[in-house]
Write a protein that binds this ligand. Structure first.
Ligand SMILES: [Zn+2]
Length: 403
């Protein structure tokens, strides 16, 4: 079988004979006499397109010298086919594969960081460099060199050299997986390497190489980059994002970091004020609750029982501290909602132990998370309704009055 993309990566339509009609993982598949369809291999995804108007779903091969299987949406039932490649997808792969060769060489020449792997998919394109400490400044240097090579519009040559010629070439890499003749890609003298993929004819067609993200793990640096149309789309999306931020923050692009920093500072200051105000409010709330409970108290002991939905456990603790600063006072407080909370406290001179009362209350709410000391115990963490919580506090109050 002849792989037409080896000689001409720009071939979008071709005719061929059907050599074999078979199936692959339950789907119809054909082997052709010639094909411009690139099968998934060497880090480059397969082409898509049609054969006699029938969608090609996947293109696979077991190796460089093995047959290429074209998996179709339905059986072709023909002896010859007219094939059409999805050109947008193919050209994107050509731009990124060529771009990868250029960027990989640029990282070697500019900062001595060799590439150990390459990944190309619809969502991301990355190379892994054999160093974990690649800095943004080094990336800029490699990126500048790569884009310089693009601007020079160097010719890209792909061919199968004779064994003698191959021996004389200074190849960056020979893939272990190569089983047949070695195909060589020469990026205008800048980079010479073994590769079976599809590439553009001149470096200018890559358009632009932009690194968009660095990620260091396990002794490697993963470099995410975009070429050509994808780089433009990324630039467009980020420009739109910046303009939206400028409109929301009513500022210029250079001022955005300062404006955000100022907002964070303001937010911190507001939180401090809010906390102080909340504490003050808890003070008033405690006095109001204690007075009301004190007016209703029959004996010496004042029992304040109160629940809320909007407070935090921290607020509850403040409230309890204020309440039990009064003599002969018991505070039974709770928060209802998704993370229910129960807090029981008493004045120092009372002899009640709040811990068993808390445990009893929590267990009827279905929580085991809580504890404390005889004078103050709290816990919760489970969803609790207002009426459940009210019933628990009523029962605890009954137990204290009955004791
Ligand atoms: Zn390549």
């Amino acid at each position: 079988m002849s792989r037409l993309y080896y000689d001409n990566a720009y071939l979008r339509e071709f005719s061929a004979m059907v050599l074999e009609q078979t199936t692959h993982e339950g789907l119809p598949a054909v082997v052709l006499s010639d094909s411009a369809f690139y099968p998934t291999s060497g880090g480059q995804p397969n082409d898509l397109g049609t054969l006699n108007g029938v969608a090609v779903l996947d293109v696979v091969t077991a190796g460089d010298t093995e047959p290429v299987l074209h998996i179709t949406g339905q059986p072709l039932g023909a002896d010859s086919v007219q094939g059409v490649i999805d050109w947008g997808r193919r050209f994107d792969h050509m731009q990124h594969h060529t771009g990868q060769h250029i960027l990989t060489r640029a990282f070697i020449n500019a900062v001595e960081a060799p590439t150990v792997s390459f990944h190309l998919s619809e969502n991301s394109v990355t190379i892994d460099l054999d160093r974990a400490d690649v800095t943004p400044v080094e990336v800029d240097a490699a990126e500048d060199l790569a884009n310089h090579i693009i601007a020079e519009n160097r010719p890209v040559r792909a061919w199968f050299p004779s064994p003698d010629e191959l021996a004389a070439l200074q190849l960056r890499k020979i893939s272990d997986k190569v089983t047949g003749a070695v195909r060589v890609i020469d990026i205008g003298g800048f980079d010479v390497t073994a590769c079976g993929g599809t590439h553009v004819a001149h470096t200018g067609e890559v358009g632009l190489i932009k690194v968009i993200r660095l990620d260091s793990t396990k002794g490697k640096t993963r470099v995410e980059f975009r070429c050509g149309q994808r780089a433009l789309e990324d630039y467009r999306a980020k420009n739109t994002l910046l303009h939206n931020l400028m409109a929301q923050l009513t500022t210029g692009v250079e001022q955005i970091p300062d404006v955000i920093e100022k907002m964070r500072e303001e937010n911190k200051a507001l939180n401090r004020i809010l906390r102080a105000t909340q504490e003050e409010l808890m003070g008033y709330q405690a006095e109001r609750l204690w007075q009301a409970a004190s007016n209703q108290a029959s004996g010496e002991m004042v029992i304040v029982s109160w629940i809320s939905e909007s407070l935090t456990p921290r607020d509850l603790q403040q409230l309890a501290n204020q309440l039990v600063a009064h003599p002969q006072t018991v505070a039974l407080l709770g928060i209802y909602g998704d993370a229910g909370h129960l807090l029981l406290a008493r004045s120092a001179e009372l002899e009640l132990d709040m811990v068993p009362l808390l445990k009893q209350g929590l267990s009827s709410l279905g929580s085991q998370k809580g504890g404390g000391r005889p004078n103050l115990a709290q816990g919760g963490g489970v969803p609790v309704t207002e009426s459940q919580l009210q019933a628990v506090l009523t029962s605890i109050e009954g137990a204290i009055r009955g004791a």
